[in-house]
Design a protein around this ligand. Structure first.
Ligand SMILES: Nc1ncnc2c1ncn2[C@@H]1O[C@H](COP(=O)(O)OP(=O)(O)OP(=O)(O)O)[C@@H](O)[C@H]1O
Ligand SMILES: [Mg+2]
Length: 257
């Protein structure tokens, strides 16, 4: 495997006395697109919080580019399910807001220029002056993607970023995110509970069990991109397999290590 961008090694996590992770281990290589898939409440968002140094662990280690999350947080940027835009700022000011927070030394002109560049990449080059209320749900989410990209992070952490959008918009944004990622060298860890989404996007899929959580399985997806999951025999086979893994998880028949 290439250099590790993210590594979970034997991570144990207890929150408010309840065991969330029993033993979670997986790696994400530099430049890789990995989806984290698992049932609701298994700790997918929590994994991103650990990488972002928002929570400590009780055992094992989380490392980011070989460093602790505390030392490495500037390498990462987040995209959440809801775009979290500031309603009183324009689209381009919102897209520049990550830089404003993280690098206050960058001038307003320079950060707005960066924001405009990334807005153009997500197809919003003409919309920088609009207020968030004037944008569609999909457009707002694209602003939040531009806000993350404007930081030029090595690692992009995405937490179900398309799950609140309609089917057509979701499909379009999935394609767009693959186009943005391809050739960028950036690492993406993308949380989803949608098997089809993971099969469309990922180089590898890390499947988490129910709590107390372990890695249930890691699936490599070799199909060429752009993918047409319903027409690709290998993807259909993986889909059937993941559906059966999920059914087993729902029934609670996880094997204790
Ligand atoms: N501060 C806390 N104290 C106690 N339990 C917590 C705390 N924060 C999160 N949890 C629990 O940790 C578990 C994992 O939460 P997390 O949000 O990571 O799940 P998830 O896999 O992202 O779920 P979903 O698919 O519904 O978004 C949940 O059972 C949640 O209730
Ligand atoms: Mg979540």
């Amino acid at each position: 495997m290439a250099q590790k961008a993210i590594s979970f090694a034997g991570v144990r996590l207890v929150l408010s006395g309840s065991e969330i992770y029993r033993d979670v281990s997986f790696d994400v290589a530099e430049g890789e697109f990995v989806c984290l898939l698992g049932p609701s409440g298994c700790g997918k968002s929590t994994a991103l919080r650990l990488i972002g140094d928002l929570l400590p662990v009780q055992g094992g280690t989380v490392s980011v580019g070989g460093k602790s999350p505390k030392e490495a947080w500037e390498r990462t940027a987040f995209v959440f399910q809801s775009p979290r835009l500031l309603p009183w700022k324009t689209t381009e000011e919102n897209a520049a807001f990550g830089i404003e927070m993280r690098k206050p030394e960058v001038s307003r002109e320079a950060r707005l220029a960066r924001a405009r560049e990334e807005l153009a990449h997500v197809g919003l080059g003409q919309d920088g002056h609009k207020m968030p209320v004037m944008l569609s749900g999909g457009e707002r989410q694209r602003v939040s993607i531009a806000r993350a990209l404007a930081l030029d992070p090595e690692i992009i952490l995405m937490d179900e970023p398309f799950s609140a959008l309609d089917h057509t918009t979701r499909t379009r944004l999935r394609k767009q995110i693959v186009d943005l990622w391809s050739g960028s060298g950036k690492t993406v860890l993308f949380v989803t509970h949608d098997i089809d989404e993971a099969l469309y996007l990922a180089d590898r899929i890390v499947v988490l069990s129910k709590k107390p959580t372990r890695v249930e399985e890691i699936v490599t997806v070799d199909a060429p991109r752009p993918r047409v999951p319903e027409e690709d025999a290998e993807l259909l086979r993986l889909r059937a397999h993941l559906v059966s893994v999920f059914e087993r998880l729902e029934e609670g028949e996880t094997v204790d290590a």
